[in-house]
Design a protein around this ligand. Structure first.
Ligand SMILES: Nc1nc2c(ncn2[C@@H]2O[C@H](COP(=O)(O)OP(=O)(O)OP(=O)(O)O)[C@@H](O)[C@H]2O)c(=O)[nH]1
Ligand SMILES: [Mg+2]
Length: 215
């Protein structure tokens, strides 16, 4: 994984990348975080899809934020390219939102990708990697830069674990082993949409960022 978040490089807005495999619940988590934090923080969102603006359209339909605080990037290429290698379109989108709204928090959702996808720390300050139980309970032990190195790992869809025969405890143990102390949180955005733990973690990161930046 490309490394160490250089603290406060981006000024007031904390930029948090949310990555993970196709369909694991990234957009659902973004929506839940917006609902949990929008009354206390100034927020904006960038979504990435390859060919459409599907995720931004969903967030607008759900009215999780005012429409002009949600910007869609159409990558037209492998999602990881747009968040790691050629980040220009995403940087432009973030900077446009920063200029128009001066937010305290910008969430950048990657297009769904594979286990090797990570964000450039030139684009985000922190990254959350999302897995889901339906993708297989062996995924955490397969490691990879997102699973092992993300600032926060979220294992979503714990409500589905009994239905797909996934052992959530095993996933948590394997994640702890590969993550060497970095946090992992278990969620069901479907059955517990207030995502209390993840929202608390994000809130803490915003506070740390703000304190260090002297704002
Ligand atoms: N049962 C269950 N379904 C969920 C949960 N979280 C999300 N989903 C559903 O899973 C599907 C995919 O969720 P998305 O949020 O679109 O996933 P995504 O990771 O953004 O997908 P891409 O952007 O296409 O990679 C949707 O039908 C969600 O409603 C959960 O915790 N439990
Ligand atoms: Mg999505």
């Amino acid at each position: 994984m490309n490394h160490a978040p250089e603290q406060h490089r981006h000024g007031r807005a904390l930029r948090v990348g949310i990555g993970g495999p196709v369909g694991c619940g990234k957009t659902a988590l973004v929506a839940a975080l917006c609902r949990a934090l929008r009354h206390e923080l100034s927020l904006a969102v960038v979504t990435n899809d390859i060919y459409t603006t599907e995720d931004a359209d969903f967030l607008r339909r759900e009215a999780v934020l005012p429409d002009d605080r949600i910007v869609a990037v159409r990558t037209g290429c492998c999602p990881h390219t747009a968040i790691r290698d050629d980040i220009t379109a995403n940087l432009d989108a973030v900077e446009d939102l920063v200029e128009r709204h001066d937010p305290e928090l910008v969430l950048v959702e990657s297009g769904g990708d594979n286990l090797t996808a990570t964000f450039s720390y030139g684009l985000v300050d922190r990254q959350i990697f999302v897995l889901d139980t339906a993708g297989g309970d062996d995924v955490p032990r397969k490691g990879g830069p997102g699973v092992a190195g993300a600032d926060l790992l979220v294992v979503n869809k714990v409500d589905l674990a009994p239905l797909v025969g996934a052992d959530v405890d095993r996933m948590a143990v394997d994640a702890a082993r590969v993550r060497e102390g970095r946090p992992t949180m278990l969620t069901s955005v479907r059955t517990a949409p207030d995502v209390t733990d993840v929202a608390g973690w994000v809130r803490g990161q915003v506070a740390l960022h703000g304190a260090g930046a002297g704002v």
